[in-house]
Design a protein around this ligand. Sequence first.
Ligand SMILES: [Cu+2]
Length: 107
Amino acid sequence: MAGMPTVIQLRNRDLVAHEFMSTLFRDVPFRISGIATFVKTARASGVRIDPGQTVTLEFNAPVATVDQNGATESMYDVFWCNVHGKEHGQKMRGELLVVETRGETGG
Ligand SMILES: [Cu+2]
């Protein structure tokens, strides 16, 4: 939800390290609780999580910018694992939807 405190919990149940990288974290500061390595690239930021670790990311979901018609829209960001989700068609990719609740329909 846009503008709201948000928690994402990540648990690596695999036997190899995975990453949770997102374009969202390029602009939005986040707090890491647990054992993880901060990863930053030109396009995104995120964490690398070793096998067996559970990590919590806390951040305030961003508020959408207003377009020229005065409307705000929900925003999509993408996330992926740099090891197993960088290429199109790989499985470790997905989308984050930040839902804008203000405005005409949100009340
Ligand atoms: Cu991975």
